[in-house]
Design a protein around this ligand. Structure first.
Ligand code: KG4
Ligand code: ZN
Length: 334
């Protein structure tokens, strides 16, 4: 089954063709990072307009590169939410019209579920069940996963998402937007143990797998105000200390969740899963605790349409299709 996937939930316009939920035939991503950079964050109205400009050429390129003419497609999958409404609408309406015009079945996909299914687009893939940590710019959530479309939420952030904390700290230090990668790179020059920032572990039965990062962000701001300095080394120690605090919490909760659900396998997905130290530490610490870690390749961690096509395949195969009356949603529904 060849599925055309379309993603436009935030600041990337993406299209991909994936066969049987596993083989990527093409994956095209038009990033708007340069357009939003001067504003220090995503400007929703600007994002919608850029999606409008990019959607047709991006889909055409994905079909061309996949070497699959429109008549050899078996279905269309598109991000339905969560995300920016104006952005989501561009991809969703395009997919709806494209599928209708070609008489193809189509389905709306949850962006978070798709991030987790991205782990099935490269070898080695995990077997079910597993515990998955989704860390992106908008979400930080832990799931017990028993099937491609069967996820139980174990916990989530109560305030900022991990990626949001990276972006806010980067902005505070003038490292630009988005800040995750800049902090990742600069941290390699700093000592992660030199400045001890707080780790919000949120203990207790109802909070065991929840997260909170806004206190950490405030603590970094306070440190910068009370310990003024300058130069790359000064900043490298701050970002390394900040990053280590985020990673300690993420790794602790993911590994504890794996053990508590008797899962031998843990999965990491989402934009922050591109973080080099997080990837290395997870592999090492999971192995030390007798768990197997699965992380998608870096190019599948950020927003892409291959994960949407991959997830859509499981729904379409099971006979789930969307109707012309369906709409997008901004906030997550599970
Ligand atoms: O999944 P994603 O591409 O978009 C959302 O669905 O939110 O995640 C974007 C987030 C941003 O906050 C970005 O700063 C962060 O992922 N990110 C990273 C790295 N690369 C991207 N955070 C830490 N280290 C990285 N290397
Ligand atoms: Zn995402």
């Amino acid at each position: 089954m060849n599925i055309l996937g379309i993603e436009s939930s935030c600041d990337e316009t993406a299209a991909a063709v994936v066969s049987d939920g596993a083989t990527i035939r093409s994956s095209v991503i038009a990033s708007q990072v340069a357009d939003h950079h001067p504003y220090g964050g995503v400007v929703p109205e600007l994002a919608s307009r850029k999606h409008m400009e990019a959607i047709v050429p991006v889909v055409a390129q994905a079909l061309r590169e996949a070497d699959i003419p429109g008549d050899q497609l078996d279905g269309v999958a598109v991000t339905r939410g969560p995300g920016l409404i104006g952005s989501l609408l561009v991809g969703f309406m395009f997919a709806k019209a494209y599928a209708y015009a070609r008489g193809l079945p189509w389905v709306g996909v949850n962006h978070l579920e798709a991030h987790i299914n991205s782990v099935f687009l490269a070898e080695p893939c995990p077997r079910f069940p597993f515990v998955a940590l989704l860390v992106s710019g908008g979400h930080t959530s832990l799931y017990h996963v028993t099937g491609h479309t069967a996820l139980e939420l174990l916990g989530q952030t109560r305030d900022d998402a991990a990626g949001e904390a990276f972006d806010k700290v980067a902005k505070l230090l003038g490292l630009g937007y988005p800040g995750g990668r800049a902090i990742d790179e600069m941290s390699r020059e700093g000592d992660p143990q030199r400045i001890k920032f707080p780790r919000a572990m949120l203990k207790g039965p109802k909070a065991e797998f929840d997260f909170s990062f806004s206190g950490l962000k405030t603590s970094v701001r306070r440190y910068v105000e009370t310990h003024p300095g300058e130069g790359r080394q000064w900043m490298a120690h701050i970002v390394a200390g900040f990053q280590e605090a985020v990673l300690d919490v993420l790794l602790h909760k993911l590994l504890e969740a794996g053990k508590s659900r008797q899962c031998k396998r843990v999965v990491l997905a989402g934009g922050v899963a591109a973080n080099s130290r997080l990837r290395a530490r997870l592999r090492e610490e999971a192995a030390a605790q007798g768990l197997q870690a699965f992380i998608p390749p870096i190019e599948l961690c950020g927003d892409n349409a291959a994960m949407i096509a991959g997830t859509g395949f499981y729904y379409l195969q099971a006979g789930h299709t969307a109707g012309l009356g369906d709409d997008v949603f901004s906030r997550n529904r599970f």
